[in-house]
Design a protein around this ligand. Structure first.
Ligand SMILES: Cc1ncc(COP(=O)(O)O)c(C=O)c1O
Length: 453
């Protein structure tokens, strides 16, 4: 390691000294869990460190290494770890019973709080994860329209439900030419799933409208994230969102805006930023205060599909732990701390981070770029203009660069996702984001030197 690398480490004061306990835990885990842990999305080779505890913006692994945590458990812990108000809410609620076979007032309180944030949220139902929220929204769209299929953006992530996984792993050679091909993600995905999923390109209004029109008689809904991470974390253009809304409305297709991540962009969520009037919005992550959650909110006429009272024709939606009071209380405690000033501060910090990263990339001389919005960022290992999934897609050499950069950052004390994206949390400071930007510049220089050696 060169001296500048060491200087960066001194600055963030997070040199990793050992991984012995994590290594041993991984060996133990392999005996009882395929792959050594439970979540595909958090794995990276040889294995991730095992977390011991977290405080504020930092997580400490079982070997005592402190990491500045830009994953915040995949963008969900917006107040970082062990936030005092959330801990208090959890403890006080849990002391009165953690879940019941009855509804609770905490559920009503969180529903009222979220519905007050946007006129688009006329009613809401909770779920236990974002994936569950997405599949519940799709069920409602199918029930409301009597149609079976959904459309989604090529490459966009919406959780682990068969239909929304289509095209997640599309790559040159499989992704089709004239129109995006539906490709299977999980081996064994039934062909019927592909038949009922229409894949449309991001930010290409003409092609998207053509595909929606061609499939209108079987489309129940379009699932749409206006800032899709796997598509490059670039925002949808106003022209694209306007065309999407106009076309779906004209064809009687529901517009389901996935704000499971991008709800963190503003007090009212993402749809107001694009002047979108969605039929349904899926929520998750930050609305649970760090505990498992999902939600579907939207137009009363569609949400009424879930009304179970006599005489109604409900879409079944249950779940043993759905809307359990502990999660509801944690979510409320999280959102109550997020007033407009908190969003302004977090978004300004995100702006600063992306500016500093861009400057560090320029100074490094390595072809790379940073994208993102609000408190979200993603670093790409190339300088090509990014307009959609295909132009974002890295070559094998570029993937190898990311695969080296991620452990470099870990060594330097920074936890980001394996594709070098992340989110800010409210305990973070300007010094924290500046340290990440500097380390990224150093890391890029280091991996580029290694690749050239
Ligand atoms: C945009 C988006 N939708 C849906 C999901 C699924 O949420 P969950 O992991 O809570 O099932 C995610 C998770 O990362 C997501 O990023």
């Amino acid at each position: 390691m060169n001296s500048k690398f060491d200087a960066t480490l001194d600055k963030v004061q997070a040199r990793r000294n050992s991984t012995a306990r994590s290594d041993a835990l991984f060996e133990r885990a392999l005996k009882v869990m395929p792959g050594g842990s439970t979540r595909a999305t958090i794995f990276f080779a040889p294995h991730p460190p095992y977390a011991d505890h977290g405080t504020g913006a930092r997580v400490v692994d079982v070997d005592g290494n402190a990491l500045l945590d830009f994953t915040n458990n995949f963008f969900s812990a917006i107040h970082g770890h062990a936030n005092p108000a959330i801990l208090r809410a959890i403890a006080e609620t849990a002391a009165r019973g953690v879940s019941f076979g009855l509804p609770t007032e905490t559920e009503v309180l969180l529903a009222e709080h979220i519905c007050a944030r946007s006129p688009a949220f006329e009613a809401i139902r909770f779920a236990n994860s974002g994936s569950e929220a997405v599949l519940t929204a799709i069920k409602a769209a199918r029930a409301a329209t009597g149609r079976p299929a959904i459309a989604k953006i090529e490459g966009a992530y919406h959780g682990s439900y068969d239909h929304v996984e289509v095209s997640l792993d599309s790559r040159p050679g499989t992704w089709g030419e004239a129109a995006p091909a539906g490709t299977k993600y999980a081996r064994g995905t039934p062909d019927a799933v592909l038949a009922d999923t229409v894949v449309v390109p991001f930010n290409d209004a003409t092609a998207c409208v053509r595909l929606l029109e061609a499939n209108a008689d079987r489309l129940a809904g379009v699932l749409f994230d206006p800032l899709p991470s796997r598509v490059g974390l670039i925002p949808a253009t106003p022209e694209f969102t306007a065309a999407l809304r106009e076309t779906t409305r004209r064809l009687g297709i529901l517009l389901i805006v996935d704000e499971i991540v991008c709800f963190r962009l503003s007090h009212g969520g993402a749809h107001p930023l694009w002047a979108l009037d969605p039929d349904l919005v899926t929520l998750g992550k930050i609305i649970g205060g760090g505990l498992p959650i999902g939600a579907v909110a939207g137009k009363r006429a569609v949400m009424d599909m879930f009304d179970v009272r006599p005489g109604k024709a409900p879409v079944p939606h249950g779940g043993t732990f759905t809307a359990n009071p502990v999660t509801m209380a944690a979510g409320l405690a999280s959102l109550e701390q997020l007033d407009r000033a908190a969003y302004d501060r977090l978004n300004a910090l995100g702006e600063r981070l992306r500016g500093r990263i861009a400057a560090a990339i320029a100074a490094s001389g390595v072809p790379a770029q940073v994208t993102g919005m609000g408190s979200l960022f993603r670093v790409h290992p190339h300088a090509r203009p990014i307009a959609d999934y295909r132009s974002c897609y890295p070559s094998d050499a570029e993937k190898a660069l990311l695969a080296r950069l991620h452990p470099w950052l870990l060594e330097a004390g920074f936890l980001v996702t394996p594709n070098i994206s992340g989110a800010l949390s409210t305990p973070m400071t300007e010094a924290d984001v500046d340290a990440l930007a500097e380390a990224l510049g150093e890391g890029l220089r280091w991996v580029a030197r290694r690749a050239a050696a």
